[in-house]
Structures are given as structure tokens and as C-alpha cells.
Design a protein around this ligand. Structure first.
Ligand SMILES: [Zn+2]
Length: 450
């Protein structure tokens, strides 16, 4: 009898032990999760791990830094630096590779027009398990204006990035995820601009970005405000599909309970996604449904935000990036560098000129072309076109100067070629043309006024 009991106890202990090993268990107050079988199960576990308590903990620490200084976390001040060190420390504790990127740029600071600012972006990288060099970004700005607790703008956004990093760093993904906190947002998106420009120049395979800014406010006056979230697709309508899929997945609904309201108009809601749009990188912007009147004031306190809502928005954002980074790995070569743009040798200002080029893709993928006009603007992606098909793009230059025009391509998987050779455009003709316009205008003036 005692022998039987002993055997039963041994079997029971073994079963309990194997349950713990294969499922979830608490270890040193950290939730440790073994990888389940499929992506959907994985994402459900991730969402469950992002608790209100974890989220609020981060918001409180970041807000406390703003409240300690007169200048709050204004770019380049002591508070901003303290926040940067806090973010570096948190990312490092998660075991990720962390870097600060210095940037210097002219920005606006009322009542002055342009002032030079210097500060840092902080980036943590979670390497993908495949040899894909695609990567995805989730980001929020950590700087503030003066004298604000900054709970909604944008401590909540930073807290969401930190929560996502803490949880996702316990899992493996096919593709790399980068968690980034910007400074210089309040002076004109300075930190994100430096980053997006570098990726543009280097043809990095940055596939998509989520930007979070002001994700914590709900109004009692708007019906079901706590169940709606704005997603701006200004920089890419391609990304709204996954966003809606994640929000509507029945497996996730108890953690999210959010209806995505897509919008193409983010004017008045300019945040760091604007830098990605400028350099033709795909990005979405996630924002509370109702505008927060306490933005940038001393009233932007934790009491004024809805932690339950912000936690659900943070979960949605994490679910989207996790789903992107889990996308299948395809064996794929980058398209060839395109031919140097073909067009007129000289240009006339204020007139439209067309340039053409073509490129080949060894996998036979469809391709998109991006012409850089040399005046700080580009054509946006032109396509999709078949490999080898001629691409056309037109542009009007408005200032006298010497312009280097170049073009690059990406395939349907988002993998880019290098930049083409850059012919310089001859400016002689439009100097002559300007003089001609002056004479023409003078004749018209004389005819009209005599
Ligand atoms: Zn903001």
C-alpha cells in the first residue's frame, strides 16, 4: 500500500513538473513563456503579458522624470538626458543590443525661428532568427515641451514601446524588430528625420514603422471613446490591413476591445511618422480617438489619462509589430541597380520634366521605383511594374541650382537596390529662360499698362 502510494506521488510530481516546464510559470517575478505551436497562440500570450500594472509602472517612472525639472524632458536638457539614460538602462536589462544615435539639426522653438538642437535617439534591436535583412520599427518620442508632466504626450507612447520590448524580447521572430525612442519631436521631428534620412540614403530594408504619440486619452463625452483608436495610414495604406486584422482577431479581442478607425488625414496630428513619409518609408501612426486638450500643458497628468485604454492600445501596437516580424522568410535577391535616369540635359524652372529608367529583378518580382530629384524631394514609389518595364516620373524644380537626379528600386518584398548613377542637370537653359521670362513679363506689363 505504501509502495503504491509512493509510486502515485512520484507520478503526480512528474506530471506537475512537466506541466510547469511546457506551460507558463513565474520565475523571479518574471513571466517566462515557452514557445507555443503557432503565431496566433504566441501573440495571444504576448498580449496577456502586457498588463496595466506593467504599463502604469513605466508611465509613472517616465512622468516622474518630467516632473523633476522645470524644462520637463525638453530636447537637450537634463531631464531629456535622464530619460535617455533610463530608456537605455531598461532596454539593456532586457538583454538587447542598445545604441544611442547623436543627431544635430535646426528646429523651431517659439518665439525663435530656427535654433540648432543636439540630442540622441535610443534604439534597441531584437535580431531576427532568419538571415533576412528586413526590419520593422516601433517608436515613440521621449522629449516634451516645457513644464508638463507629459503623461499623454508622450510618456504613454514611450511606456508602450518599453512594454513591447520587454515582452517581445522573450520570443523569437523571423525578422528583426527595432524599438526606438526619439527626441527633437517637438521642434519639428528632428530625431526621427535624421534616422529616416539615413535609412533612405543607405537603402536599408526598413519595411514598416509604427509610431505612437498620445495614446492615453479618452473622453466621457464621446460614446464608446474607450473602444476606438485612430490609425493614420498617411504614409502607407498597405499597412492598414494587418492593423485591422489584429484588432478584429477573435483570439485577441478580450485583450484589445478596440475598433480601428482608419484615416488618411493626419494634418494637425503631425508626429514622427512624418519623417518616414518624407523619405517614402511605409509607416502608420497610432493615436487616441479624441483630441486631448491638456496636451503640452501642466494638466497632462497621469490622472487625466485612461490607463486601461492606453494599455489596450499598447497591446494592439505590439500585436501588429509581432505579426509583421513573424511574416514568412522568402528566398529573394535584391533587384539590380537601375539605369541612371534618362531625361532632358537641362531644365527650365517652374516647368514639368519627365525622366525614365528601368531595372531588372532576377527573381522576376514586380518592382517599384523611387526618383530622388536632388532638391530634397522625391517621386514617391512608382509602381508596381514588371521587371525591365520602363518607369516614368515627372517633377518641377522651382529654384535655380545644380541638381543630381538618381533613382533606386525595391521589389514586391520591400528589398531595395542601391542608388543609380546621378547625372547632373545643366542649368544654363533656365538661366536664359529666366531672363526671357523677365523680358516677356516686361512686355506684358507695358502692353497692359499703356
Ligand atoms: Zn507628441
Amino acid at each position: 500500500m505504501i509502495k503504491k502510494l509512493f509510486v502515485l506521488v512520484v507520478i503526480f510530481c512528474f506530471l506537475i513538473n512537466s506541466l510547469i516546464v511546457t506551460g507558463m510559470h513565474i520565475n523571479n517575478n518574471e513571466l517566462v513563456v515557452s514557445p507555443p505551436n503557432n503565431e496566433e497562440d504566441n501573440i495571444t500570450l504576448m498580449l496577456a503579458q502586457l498588463t496595466e500594472e506593467m504599463f502604469l509602472g513605466y508611465v509613472e517612472e517616465i512622468v516622474a522624470i518630467a516632473e523633476k525639472y522645470q524644462e520637463s524632458r525638453f530636447t537637450g536638457t537634463e531631464g531629456c538626458e535622464e530619460a535617455r539614460n533610463f530608456i537605455i538602462q531598461e532596454f539593456s536589462n532586457m538583454g538587447m543590443n542598445v545604441r544611442s544615435y547623436a543627431w544635430t539639426a535646426f528646429g523651431t522653438f517659439f518665439p525663435y525661428n530656427l535654433i540648432e538642437f543636439s540630442s540622441y535617439n535610443v534604439e534597441a534591436r531584437l535580431k531576427g532568427t532568419s538571415n533576412s535583412d528586413k526590419f520593422y520599427v516601433i517608436s515613440a518620442h521621449y522629449d516634451t515641451v516645457y513644464k508638463t508632466p507629459s503623461a499623454d504626450d508622450n510618456s504613454a507612447g514611450v511606456a508602450a514601446v518599453l512594454c513591447a520590448a520587454k515582452i517581445l524580447s522573450q520570443y523569437n521572430f523571423n525578422h528583426e524588430i527595432r524599438f526606438i525612442c526619439w527626441s527633437g519631436e517637438e521642434q519639428g521631428l528632428l530625431g526621427s528625420n535624421a534616422y529616416a534620412y539615413e535609412k533612405y540614403e543607405n537603402n536599408d530594408n526598413l519595411i514598416a514603422t509604427i509610431n505612437l504619440d498620445m495614446i492615453g486619452f479618452t473622453s466621457d463625452e464621446i460614446e464608446n471613446d474607450e473602444n476606438k483608436v485612430m490609425v493614420y495610414e498617411t504614409c502607407s495604406d498597405r499597412l492598414i490591413g494587418t492593423t485591422i486584422d489584429v484588432s478584429e482577431n477573435p483570439e485577441y479581442s478580450s485583450y484589445l476591445d478596440l475598433k480601428v478607425i482608419p484615416s488618411e488625414d493626419d494634418s494637425g496630428h503631425k508626429s514622427d511618422q512624418g519623417s518616414f513619409c518624407k523619405y517614402s518609408h511605409d509607416a502608420i501612426f497610432i493615436h487616441e480617438y479624441t483630441w486631448n486638450e491638456e496636451k503640452d500643458t501642466s494638466g497632462d497628468s497621469i490622472d487625466n489619462i485612461d490607463i486601461n485604454y492606453a494599455t489596450r492600445v499598447a497591446r494592439l501596437s505590439m500585436g501588429i509589430i509581432a505579426s509583421w516580424a513573424s511574416s514568412p522568410v522568402i528566398s529573394n535577391s535584391p533587384p539590380d541597380k537601375p539605369h541612371s535616369p534618362n531625361g532632358p540635359d537641362s531644365i527650365k524652372i517652374n516647368e514639368v520634366h519627365t525622366f525614365t529608367t528601368s531595372a531588372l529583378d532576377s527573381d522576376g518580382d514586380q518592382i517599384y521605383y523611387l526618383f530622388d530629384w536632388g532638391d530634397g524631394s522625391n517621386s514617391k514609389w512608382v509602381g508596381p511594374l514588371n521587371s525591365g518595364e520602363i518607369a516614368h516620373a515627372s517633377h518641377m524644380w522651382t529654384k535655380q541650382g545644380e541638381y543630381k537626379i538618381r533613382v533606386k528600386v525595391k521589389d514586391e518584398h520591400g528589398i531595395q537596390s542601391g542608388w543609380s548613377e546621378s547625372p547632373k542637370i545643366n542649368t544654363l537653359e533656365f538661366v536664359f529662360n529666366q531672363k526671357f521670362n523677365f523680358l516677356q513679363n516686361l512686355i506684358f506689363y507695358l502692353l497692359k499698362n499703356t
